[in-house]
Design a binder for this molecule. Structure first.
Ligand SMILES: Cc1cc2nc3c(=O)[nH]c(=O)nc-3n(C[C@H](O)[C@H](O)[C@H](O)COP(=O)(O)OP(=O)(O)OC[C@H]3O[C@@H](n4cnc5c(N)ncnc54)[C@H](O)[C@@H]3O)c2cc1C
Length: 394
């Protein structure tokens, strides 16, 4: 076991830091308060080879590892927290699933513009009545000739995306779920009024009114749900990596502040009450970092394992939020203003405790891994199911 970076990783990290310092540090505050996706950043990152880090060179990516992409999130967030989203969308989320399961034709039509920073893809999974219970989704894909007609609605996706990876139901049960690709220009597709998350970013409901999806735009047919979720573990690593990176950003800001700010004639860092906060924050950040590095390193060029991803997401989400919160406290009134990005990081990291599998659902998943059995979250349908569950619990 080796806890040091390779020369290659170190060089990559330095290169990303120097890109972020030069290209992203200016305007970081304004970017965080803009609800739209920072497209100019995506174009710059495409030019620097930071979109598709983990995607094979044959598919237009850089052929790097998931760990490289995690390192990139950390370095970018040090200079511009909001721009870390571009690394996440360009490496971890729907783009990874598309690159893994897409046909050559889909990669040409959908993946290529993403890698150039010209378009944005997001997952449309959550529905008004299917949040944590994802498999309750009802958005239907009904055969029409060779293709499908999509009907239903989704909530919470970014309304400014160009492409949507839509989870659909081709038939009953978990095995009836798969996904399709579509563009916002598709006939019958519409976007509701944008609203704001606590982070300030936009979301909106989206609607499918008999949208025709040709066979060549089916990403995963019925039976694809497990594959989709395996790919979603990469998204979870991106989510967790941003939590950690935001915690680190706030820690650094608070440490610098505590060195300079004087009260009672002494620097804040000389008060033991604050020193202990920093000691606790440092331990948490290091522990979370080791867990996310483990998940990313073991994934190498594949998808990360469910257990390591779940543990890393739980830890990073909690630590990112806790550290941002403590750092804000150290910075007093200034921390609570929009003059620094600490309050933004706090608001933003709160969302990752819900998105991509909430803290509670991650703990449910971990319990299943620990006990090596499934625990249905659903109410039993009848008396015999109650009895059968009781006997399993004995
Ligand atoms: C910032 C942000 C970005 C998002 N982006 C997207 C996106 O791009 N695309 C998309 O499709 N969706 C997106 N979502 C939606 C997200 O996936 C859902 O919010 C999430 O899955 C939870 O669903 P819900 O909001 O319906 O909460 P619910 O499922 O209604 O849960 C409410 C609360 O109950 C808890 N709970 C539910 N079931 C259980 C259980 N069995 N045991 C214990 N606790 C339970 C939950 O953890 C939660 O705390 C985003 C959400 C956020 C906050």
């Amino acid at each position: 076991m080796d806890f040091t970076f390779t020369e290659q990783q170190q060089a990559f990290r330095d290169a990303v830091a120097s890109f972020a310092r030069k290209e992203l540090a200016d305007g970081a505050l304004a970017r965080a308060h803009t609800p739209e996706f920072p497209r100019e950043v995506a174009r710059k990152m495409a030019g620097a080879g930071l979109l598709g880090i983990t995607i094979a060179e044959a598919d237009g990516g850089s052929g790097g590892t998931l760990m490289d992409a995690v390192l990139a999130i950390g370095e970018v967030a040090r200079f511009c927290p909001r721009s870390a989203d571009v690394i996440a969308e360009g490496n971890f989320g729907a783009i990874r699933v598309l690159a893994h399961f897409g046909t050559d034709d889909q990669k040409r039509r959908y993946l290529a513009p993403l890698l150039k920073g010209e378009e944005l893809i997001v997952v449309a999974m959550t529905e008004p009545d299917a949040g944590s219970a994802t498999t309750d989704l009802v958005t239907s894909a009904t055969p029409d000739g060779q293709g499908f007609r999509i009907n239903g609605s989704k909530v919470f996706p970014n309304p400014h995306a160009d492409q949507y990876m839509v989870y659909v139901r081709y038939g009953p049960g978990v095995d009836g779920i798969g996904s399709v690709l579509l563009r916002r220009s598709a006939k019958g597709f519409s976007i509701g009024k944008p609203a704001k998350f606590m982070s300030g970013a936009h979301w909106a409901p989206i609607f499918f009114d008999n949208v025709y999806v040709p066979p060549e735009d089916v990403l995963l047919p019925a039976g694809g749900f497990k594959k989709q979720i395996a790919g979603f573990n990469a998204e979870r690593v991106g989510n967790a990596a941003r939590s950690l990176a935001y915690g680190q950003y706030c820690f650094d800001a608070a440490r610098d502040y505590a060195k300079d700010r004087k009260q009672f004639g002494r620097a804040l860092c000389e008060f033991q009450g604050l020193q202990w906060k920093f000691a606790d924050m440092k331990v948490k950040l290091d522990a979370a970092r080791l867990l996310i590095y483990r998940a990313a390193t073991n994934a190498d060029r594949g998808f990360p394992a469910a257990d390591e991803t779940t543990i890393a997401k739980l830890m990073c989400n909690q630590v990112g939020f806790d550290v941002a919160n403590e750092a804000l406290q150290v910075m007093g009134g200034l921390g609570y203003t929009e003059e620094t990005l600490v309050e933004y990081c706090l608001r933003r990291s709160r969302g990752w405790m819900i998105a991509g599998g909430s803290i509670e659902m991650m703990k449910n998943r971990l319990a299943e891994i620990i006990f090596e059995r499934r625990f249905s979250q659903r109410a039993p349908k009848n008396k015999s199911e109650v009895e059968s569950r009781k006997s399993k619990e004995k």
